[in-house]
Design a binder for this molecule. Sequence first.
Ligand code: CUA
Length: 356
Amino acid sequence: MNTSWLTNLTVAAEGSTFWMPPQASTFAVEADAIYYFIYWLCVLSFVLLMAATALFAWKYRRKSEDQKTSPVKHNFRLEFLWSAIPTVLLVVVFAWSHEPFMVMSQQPSDALQVNVTGQTWAWTIEYPSLNKTCTDQLVVPVNEKVNLRLKSNDVIHSFWIPAFRLKKDVIPNRYSGYWFEATIPGEYPIYCAEYCGQGHSIMKGTVKVLTEDEWDAWTVSNAPEDCGLDLTQSIDIVGPILFQKHGCATCHGIEGQRIVGPPLNGIWGTEEQTDKGPVKVDANYIRESILEPGAYIVSGYKNEMSPYAGRIKPEELDKLVDYIQFLTEPEAFKTGGAEGQDGGEGAEKKTEPEQP
Ligand code: CUA
């Protein structure tokens, strides 16, 4: 986690230029051509302007104490040219950009549909046709069209894939989106490009572009690292994966460290000081804190988490509640599945395994 930005940097460095990451989508070549056209226009304008400024400052400097400024007259031809030439250049930039922009804006109907949801501070990536959900990981086949439908659960984010030269605001209460066709298999970083609060800079992910064979294998795979998940595995395996998948790790430490929200180890069975007084940390409290984080705010923290009600599967919620218990009481899960199941309903059974 701490070094993922470094990995992202290394990934981006491969096949890239000084200014640009690799050209990994069909839009990239043309976008770069327009970029470099504008870039060199700017360089040229800068050099001409600075050279003229320096030359005139020297040539027309005051040469004696009593020298007066000569009267300034119009130069129609010069004034016309310095207006007309930039106008023509700007029209060229507009006309050149307009066509690819229109192509980018019209999402094809024969593309793989992927739904992307932004929330502080993680991306949920859903494949309706494959019944798969990933967090912070977009997996796509190479040389195939992909439609992204973007929405936000809270504030405005921006889904940016530099290697594809695509970026669009992700807005609450409205869908936005774009489409692309990836051209080079590999891994490329995703960034949030709209300031969305304290965790904005850690709101990133990865696009994995797979070859045809890899894609076919991925669509049927259930391996946890491929975003699918086998919930019957033991909690020490499933817990950390769910904790990452749902973006919990972005804000909550499990080794006592304060990130954005309170650390979650060592809290099970204790009393938490909240804005509504002390609360016993049990299964129901954890469950409610995931679904409706605003119900109780732990003292010293702000209400910054977006609610998970309606966007986490009940089975996965149960496992997360188990995992929070596991962080404090790993011994409760020693005997495997049976007791792990109990953890989810732990509130009623009132286990008090406090060490005497
Ligand atoms: Cu989300 Cu910045």
